[in-house]
Design a protein around this ligand. Structure first.
Ligand code: FAD
Ligand code: DHB
Length: 390
């Protein structure tokens, strides 16, 4: 087979790029390791920044998001029972959209179907070849009918943290930066009314908690847990009791508990791989960088990579101008590192760290006091949370 752009990974990054390029007449083939049902069964991000929603609209995938997603002008931070509101709109003039990654992915798959996009599921042994050669690159894989080969101009590695694309960059070229946190988030999805109209991020001596939502009838809650915990060891009753214990009493009193329809633990990790380009391979999204979920930056950072890559590729194909592709890695990484900084700051502000000193705890409290006594500090939080400009 032959295509212009071979995309590895059918998560939001790969699907969005494939859809955007298709609308500009650029041919893509997308390879995904899992079935569509499996990809759509993963419950991940829930908050979209303005830039991401604009990309969805440009990809002609914004209608359901605009009809069913909820615009939020702010969120709450609770510090050991004391509630503060962060007014995103006041400080930035912008809002965020609460619309789940599952729905984003579903809308993108449906659009790819409508346009007869080439999306191949259940591929195995994906291998990248000739990335830095003078001859064009190609990708090999196996499917039910045997070994396959795709010849292309460019390979896009949008295959998440564990995919093969980043690993195809030679060790002596790739630099990796990593910070692993000593805790994870236990997440529960339940068919219940969200406890609050806006998200609540709660700092508590028992550990961090987050009250989020997917709609007015679907709630998403998280609690910080030790890495040694297993999701199956947490009964629903134990989860609700621990969540309530970390929230202000009047919030806990109105929290509607119900059976969990999904329960999983995500470890918290920060990771950046540099460069994001190697020859004719371009990395995007989780293949190149991971953030702890606290600042809701993971999916949104994937979106900013796709923005830069999309513009680089259309300039290459439509105007014969390679500047965007040449600048891709540096531009994407500059924004990625800002998302890393913000996610690290939100994580440090809100979590209980094992083995911290009294000094560290005082600093954390002082950071919180400063935040809510300073318009400048709240403006800084708000501009990062709604998304820095591309
Ligand atoms: P992915 O969504 O990981 O997509 C990569 C795709 O590549 C997958 O479908 C995978 O199956 C496929 N793939 C992998 N290997 C191969 C292969 N060999 N061949 C072909 N295809 C392959 N972000 C937030 O902002 N908030 C959150 O609450 C949040 N929760 C998260 C929870 C978990 C458990 C995880 C892992 C991430 C979470 N994130 C969250 C981060 C966010 O979901 C990601 O940033 C986002 O999914 C990145 O999209 P992506 O398309 O780059 O990667
Ligand atoms: C969600 C996850 C986050 O990490 C976050 O900061 C906000 C919302 C969510 O899954 O709803």
């Amino acid at each position: 087979m032959k295509t212009q752009v071979c995309i590895i990974g059918g998560g939001p990054s790969g699907l969005l790029l494939s859809q955007l390029l298709h609308l500009k007449g650029i041919d893509t083939i997308l390879l995904e390791k899992h079935s569509r049902e499996y990809v759509l069964g993963r419950i991940r991000a829930g908050v979209l920044e303005h830039g991401f929603t604009e990309l969805m609209r440009e990809a002609e995938c914004g209608d359901r998001m605009d009809a069913e997603g909820e615009l939020h002008d702010g969120f709450e931070i609770v510090d050991n029972g004391i509630q503060h509101r962060v007014d995103l709109h006041k400080y930035t003039g912008a809002s965020v959209m609460v619309y789940g990654q599952t729905e984003v992915t579903r809308d993108l798959y449906e659009a790819r179907d409508r346009m007869q996009g080439k999306v191949i599921h259940n591929v195995e042994d994906v291998t990248l070849h000739n990335l830095k050669a003078t001859t064009p690159p190609y990708v090999t894989y196996r499917d039910r009918s045997g070994a396959q080969r795709i010849d292309c101009d460019f390979v896009i590695g949008a295959d998440g943290f564990h995919g093969p694309s980043r690993k195809a960059i030679p060790r002596e070229v790739l630099r990796e930066f990593e910070k692993v946190y000593p805790f994870g988030w236990l997440g529960v999805l339940s068919r219940t009314k969200p406890v609050n109209p806006e998200l609540i991020y709660a700092r508590n001596d028992r550990g961090f908690a987050l009250c989020s939502m997917r709609s007015q009838v679907l709630s998403r809650y998280y609690i910080q847990v030790p890495l040694s915990d297993k999701a199956e060891d947490w009964s629903d009753a134990a989860f609700w009791a621990e969540l309530k214990a970390r929230l202000p009493q009047e919030v806990a009193a109105r929290l509607e508990a119900g059976p969990s329809i999904e329960k999983s633990i995500a470890p918290l990790r920060s990771f950046v791989a540099e460069p994001m380009r190697y020859g004719n391979l371009f990395l995007a999204g989780d293949a190149a960088h991971i953030v702890p979920p606290t600042g809701a930056r993971g999916l949104n950072s994937a979106g900013s990579d796709i923005h830069y890559l999309y513009h680089g590729l259309i300039n290459h194909y439509l105007n014969g101008d390679d500047t965007g592709l040449e600048e891709y890695s540096a531009k994407a990484l500059a924004r990625v590192w800002k998302a890393q900084r913000f996610s690290w700051w939100m994580t440090s502000l809100l979590h209980s760290f094992p083995d911290t000193s009294e000094y560290d705890r005082h600093l954390q409290s002082t950071e919180m006091e400063y935040l809510f006594s300073s318009d400048a500090a709240q403006a800084s939080l708000a501009e990062n949370y709604v998304g820095l400009p591309f």
